[in-house]
Each structure stands twice: as C-alpha cells, then as structure tokens.
Write a protein that binds this ligand. Sequence first.
Ligand SMILES: [Zn+2]
Length: 161
Amino acid sequence: MKPFTILGYSANDEVFCPACLRSTTGLGPSDTDYNGRPILPLYGADETVQEECCTYCGASLLELRLVAEAERERTNPELHVEKTRHRGRQPALRFDRVPPANIRTELKQAGWRWDPVAQLWWWPKGAPVPVPASLNLPPPPAKVVARPPTIRRREATAAQA
Ligand SMILES: [Zn+2]
C-alpha cells in the first residue's frame, strides 16, 4: 500500500470508509461536509488512521482497504509482456491482453507497429529499440565491447616492435 493511499474520510466530525461516505452522507471526497468544512482524506501512512474504524459499518479502514486491494489483484492481474521477435527478425513485444490505451499510444508514438495476424507489437527500424519505460521490462543486455586490457596489451606490443 502506498503512503498516500486514502483509507477513508473525516467529515461531519465522524470517520467514514469510502463506501459509507457516499451511501450515508451522499457527499463525495471533494465536497464540503455538513458543517461547511472540507472533507479530509485519511491517509494510510498515518498510524492513527490505520487504527480507525468507520463510524457506520464499524469496519477497520485498513482491513477494508486490504480486502479491496486483494480483490483488485484477483480481478485485474498485472499486464504481462515479453520480448520476442517479429517473424524471427525484428524486435517485438507480446502482451497477454490488449494493453491499456496509454501504453498503446506510447508504443504508436514511438513508432511501434501492430501486427494483427502475429498479435504482436513490432519495431520496424533498427537499434535503439524504444521500449516504453512504463512496461518495466529489463534493459537490453549490454553489448560486448572490447575490454581495455586487451587494447593496452596490443599497444604495448606495437610499441616494442
Ligand atoms: Zn463504512
């Protein structure tokens, strides 16, 4: 859970879980409460917030959040992507499902092409291959370069001759 995850709200001098805020007060997080004061988000990083329970349903704000997160994980597992080759040649990316719009836009803008037959996003040009950082793929392996000691040895041999 991130520190700024909102576990609930403080409004009308009471503590609400997100669901009860809406169902019992009809207010949204950006509204002012019945006393005309802003509704305060209760952040998960605050230890006192972690001990709070909703005034209405009585549930622990922290537990509600953990349950919601587990549910989301189950129904919306992380997008998986792997590097592959397009027709055995060009660099390509294979997604386990249609990637979200922002990633599709990023790919398109970078110059990737979609091959509906191969079901791959592929890169039509040469290196470097601009893999969107949002995909969190490991960086390409470093190219093997001549090692300095080898070069020095060669220079030494040349100087002796
Ligand atoms: Zn509640």
